[in-house]
Ligand binder design. Structure first.
Ligand SMILES: Nc1ncnc2c1ncn2[C@@H]1O[C@H](COP(=O)(O)OP(=O)(O)OP(=O)(O)O)[C@@H](O)[C@H]1O
Length: 258
């Protein structure tokens, strides 16, 4: 599915947090949003996954008007891994992942053999098969993050929204989870903090600053030391690793009184 965001703004008490943002995620593309803390990444994503409503603008997933459609209708197509995933209820890991099937069910419909097999399969993919009967609230941050991704995958989404999905993950799971998402070959829009990781997985990047799109492009062209300086106020060098071909961003430490 293709995401089309057109001139979306969102304001709270007349203060515009995101300003006339337009972006596209084409069929099967993995697109990243980067930018400093507080620039509006989560606010933009929340508009797209319907937690908040844009003050103006249009959001379409293929021909589905996200602003006008019901949350259940959207959940059949779009999986979401949000930033804060604390649950006040003491569900098991299996229960949490099974919740991903809800949009595809009628009220009070019980779990089918297919649902159970699907959930088992996804738990294996995120290395949580031995955690199925553990309580979600007792898990570590990284384990919780993998459960939330597993729940989104159980929705069998045709589009994914990820808000800093690798937040709590060690490097093995960062790579495992993003590779897993990449292998799905569905449209994905992800807010990411780590620029080297963003360059490794994203085909296209949008840079947000002060609630606006500052620039956008393919990582290998877009990411330059001057852009990083402008956006993050940090000096860096950027090179392509000969062994992996990955683009690597290496930061200079800040000098005292800098
Ligand atoms: N409902 C709200 N009311 C008032 N201010 C808000 C609201 N939601 C977000 N903001 C403000 O809007 C700005 C953008 O927040 P947002 O969470 O979108 O940033 P972000 O780019 O995701 O940041 P981070 O990288 O730190 O997660 C912040 O300054 C935040 O305090």
């Amino acid at each position: 599915m293709e995401l089309d965001v057109e001139n979306v703004s969102f304001a709270v008490s007349d203060v515009e947090i995101i300003k006339s943002i337009s972006l596209k995620v084409k069929e099967g593309q993995f697109v990243g949003i980067i930018g400093p803390n507080g620039c509006g990444k989560s606010t933009l994503l929340k508009n797209i996954y319907k937690v908040i409503k844009p003050t103006s603008g249009k959001i379409f997933l293929d021909d589905i008007d996200i602003v006008k459609s019901s949350a259940k209708e959207i959940a059949k197509k779009m999986g979401v891994v949000g930033q804060f995933n604390n649950s006040n209820f003491d569900f098991t890991v299996r229960d949490m992942v099974m919740m991903g099937r809800t949009p595809h069910k009628r009220m009070l419909e019980s779990d089918t053999k297919n649902d159970i097999e699907l959930v088992d399969n996804i738990l294996r993919k995120v290395n949580l098969e031995h955690y199925a009967s553990k309580h979600f609230s007792y898990l570590s941050g990284g384990e919780k993050q993998r459960v939330i991704l597993a729940r989104a995958l159980a929705q069998e989404p045709q589009f994914l929204i990820l808000d800093e999905p690798t937040n709590h993950l060690d490097i093995k799971y960062q790579i495992q989870i993003l590779s897993l998402v990449q292998s799905l070959q569905i449209g994905t829009l992800a807010a990411l903090h780590d620029l080297s990781i963003a360059a490794m997985y994203c085909e296209y990047l949008y840079v947000l600053k002060n609630g606006r799109i500052l620039t956008h492009g393919k990582p290998e062209k877009l990411l330059t030391p001057s852009l990083v300086k402008e956006v993050y106020e940090v000096d860096c060098c950027i090179y392509q690793n000969n062994d992996t071909n990955n683009i690597v961003v290496a930061y200079h430490p800040a000098l005292p009184n800098h």
